[in-house]
Design a protein around this ligand. Structure first.
Ligand SMILES: Nc1nc2c(CCNCC3CCCC3)c3[nH]c(NCCc4ccccc4)nc3cc2c(=O)[nH]1
Length: 375
């Protein structure tokens, strides 16, 4: 599944390759989020040709509720349903139950919840989320886990982590006792929890590493904790995770966060930031980020960065993009979403080059500072 190609000289940054039946993924990688089987405002062809996305994310919680498993199955799974023939990773839905459904209950059996769409009652269990993801046909599926809130007490974090570990055992059993439905192999990633408590994080890393998943995700972070604490927990977790398994830091993050977490041994990231923030005008550039709706761009009759390979940057004046956003024109959303994802993926390309030629360690901290600057 994962082959480690190189570990950098003076950081824990790595180059690797994930192999799936829908193609190879070179890491470090950022994975665009396509919650409802669509990366919002971006066409599949542009994802492939312009952004060169190697893998995208789908969402078990949403797709299970609508259009539902029957339609997904009759469509031949998510790849066929959305005409995307490259890798797809789906989250298990546990996190979404807690972030979307305002009426849910955790039991040993699983997570009971009411649909945020029509209030109907449902339950995710470690076993049925495997079945749902078999039906979706994702190349990489996640186990059902609980992502504790931040802050939370040590006791809560410990209880929650132990429940997640019990669920992961059940989930792994269910995975090993079932087969793919559409002929292509599927992998299952475990998830490390433990809140922001060092001893729990170490214990969870060891427990999940022993369950022999195809890859390991670090969960429970990017939930409101201070950035330094997120970096500290990430650094700690990767010290206890096996080198030969891919590490996926869930829900991260800003461009600066990606650089710092790559230096701490992370291979895979996902975040709604580039697409969600694009829709309200936040544009990421090599020299920091701007908000194109800001009045200062109203008659700025220059392109943002003619050298950057996105239409937003090279083809249009900033005054025009500003105008599109001021009038809520759909073209603005499309251009900004496509640009931000192009930016994230090209940042990952530069990271790979620099890990390969050993210039990553002298570059990433300063670069992260610049990327975090509002222009
Ligand atoms: N199973 C699981 N998923 C988590 C997720 C969801 C990751 N994206 C899933 C995709 C699948 C489809 C949808 C998303 C997380 N996302 C975040 N932070 C996002 C914070 C954020 C929110 C909004 C904007 C920017 C940052 N922390 C997360 C922790 C966990 C976790 O422990 N377990």
């Amino acid at each position: 599944m994962f082959e480690l190609k190189k570990t950098a000289a003076s950081t824990k940054a790595r180059l690797g390759t994930l192999t799936t039946d829908h193609g190879e993924i070179s890491t470090p990688i950022f994975m665009p989020v396509g919650t409802l089987a669509s990366v919002k405002a971006v066409k599949q062809d542009d994802l492939k040709e312009k952004i060169k996305a190697q893998i995208i994310l789908g969402n078990t919680y949403h797709l299970y509720l609508r259009p539902g498993c029957d339609i997904m199955e009759s469509a031949g799974g998510l790849h066929s349903f959305m005409s995307w023939d490259r890798p797809i990773l789906t989250d298990s839905g546990g996190y979404q139950v807690f972030s979307l459904s305002d009426n849910r209950e955790l039991t040993e059996e699983g997570a009971e919840f009411k649909s945020h769409l029509d209030g109907s009652k449902h339950m995710f269990t470690p076993e049925n989320v495997v079945d749902i993801q078999r039906t979706l046909g994702s190349d990489i599926m996640m186990v059902l886990d609980e992502c504790p809130p931040y802050p939370c007490s040590y006791e809560y974090a410990k209880e929650s982590m132990e429940l997640t570990h019990r669920w992961e055992k059940r989930g792994r059993e269910a995975f090993l006792n079932t087969e793919p439905k559409y002929g292509h192999k599927q992998a299952q990633f475990g998830i490390v929890q433990g809140g922001t408590f060092e001893d729990l994080r170490i214990e969870s890393s060891k427990r999940v590493a022993d369950m022999d998943f195809e890859g390991i995700a670090i969960g429970g972070l990017s939930v409101g904790e201070p950035t330094d604490l997120m970096y500290e927990m990430t650094d700690l977790n990767t010290d206890y995770l096996p080198e030969n398994k891919a590490r996926y830091l869930m829900g991260v993050g800003k461009p600066a966060n990606l650089l710092h977490c790559i230096a701490r041994g992370i291979d895979m990231f996902d975040c709604v930031l580039p697409t969600r923030n694009a829709r309200n005008g936040q544009i990421f550039t090599d020299n920091g980020y701007i908000n194109i709706s800001n009045a200062k761009w109203k008659n700025h009759n220059q392109p943002l960065d003619p050298a950057f390979p996105s239409d937003l940057c090279s083809k249009y004046k900033m005054s025009y993009i500003h105008h599109l956003f001021r009038n809520n024109e759909l073209l603005g959303l499309e251009l900004a979403s496509l640009h931000n994802l192009t930016f994230y993926l090209s940042l990952m390309d530069e990271v790979k080059e620099r890990i390969a030629n050993d210039t990553f360690h002298n570059w990433y901290k300063e670069k992260a500072e610049v990327l975090d600057t509002k222009i």
